[in-house]
Design a protein around this ligand. Structure first.
Ligand code: MN
Length: 320
């Protein structure tokens, strides 16, 4: 990432948090000759940062690299009038892909948080939670109370709503399978996990769940160095047989400062498993009247470490 002459990043590019470990309401980050200089405003407490006084005041070389996958279009247009700009988004994506053990520990800590919260959630007596929205707010509140924040709005999808992969929680709580997709963010690093609960599932639905869980567990065991991610995806599609038509998204995605980042974990991916990858394995089935998804976040550091550990055994949504 430092081989480019000069790279300029602007908030809300998540790479700034990746490099500095800090969140700014506004900042410009300049990487030049191995140094990182952060320009921030008085809205944030300034420490080692320089004061940002506008682009005009910045001394930049005539050619700069920009992360076009995260840059504001207006800034891009303004800067490209004054400088020769080159897109360095691929380089930044690859650079952020490799996670150190310290970074993986942050994801693990975030994962531990949602593990514990969901463990407590299924011990709530019936009647405590009256809707999907209630459940979402209960879980998010617990995340905040543990000093973290939700990595994304928690998904709670009950009955027919579980057939929509990114359902927005409503004031309903339907019987049938209940899908909960929850992740926390610790020190900037996200976790991502989905579990299913039984709020009155029929035998067919339980059989499908057991089948999907078998496939998910086997896929995790297939992870080793240099395995193409598309091979993992294709294994799931083959195992699902006729049901593959109901598996409507990618097998997973990389996780880090952003919930979705490199590597790609899909049938179109050209990435292979590398040391330092953090990614999810989340096969799902989405039918007209219900859906199922099981998702874990993994870290590969020579062997596979499952960072999300909440039980995958199908259990009742509430304490009976
Ligand atoms: Mn996910």
């Amino acid at each position: 990432m430092y081989t480019e002459d000069c790279i300029v990043l602007e908030t809300p590019d998540p790479t700034i948090e990746f490099l500095t470990g800090r969140k700014y309401s506004y900042a410009v980050c300049v990487l030049f000759k191995g140094n990182i200089t952060v320009y921030a405003t008085k809205l944030d407490k300034l420490d080692k940062e320089s004061l940002f006084k506008g682009w005009r005041e910045m001394k930049l070389p005539p050619k700069i690299g920009l992360n076009l996958s995260a840059l504001n279009t207006k800034t891009y247009i303004d800067l490209s009038k004054k400088f020769t700009v080159i897109d360095v988004s691929n380089k930044i994506r690859d650079f952020r892909r490799h996670k150190t053990i310290e970074q993986a520990n942050c994801v693990e800590k975030a994962a531990r948080c949602t593990d514990l919260i969901l463990q407590r959630f299924c011990l709530l007596p019936k009647g405590t939670i009256e809707s999907e929205l209630d459940a979402r707010l209960w879980i998010e509140r617990e995340i905040y109370l543990r000093g973290m924040e939700p990595a994304y709005p928690v998904i709670v999808a009950s009955g027919k709503n579980s057939g929509i992969p990114h359902h927005t929680p409503t004031t309903e709580l339907n019987s049938g399978p209940v899908l909960i997709d929850a992740g926390a963010r610790y020190n900037g690093y996200c976790s991502d996990m989905t579990r299913m609960y039984d709020n009155g599932m029929d035998l067919d639905q339980k059989k499908k769940y057991a089948y999907l869980l078998g496939i998910q567990n086997h896929t995790i065991r297939m992870v080793k160095k240099d395995v193409p991610y598309k091979e993992l995806h294709n294994y799931v599609v083959r195992s699902l047989g006729d049901d593959a038509d109901f598996f409507t998204h990618s097998l997973g995605h990389g996780v880090g400062i952003e919930v979705h980042e490199s590597p790609r974990v899909s049938k179109r991916s050209n990435d292979v498993v590398q040391l330092g990858d953090i990614f999810t394995i989340e096969p799902g089935l989405y039918y007209q009247d219900y859906g199922l998804r099981i998702e874990d976040t993994l870290y590969y550091d020579g062997e596979i470490r499952v960072l999300t550990n909440h039980s995958k055994e199908l259990r009742p949504l509430f304490k009976p």
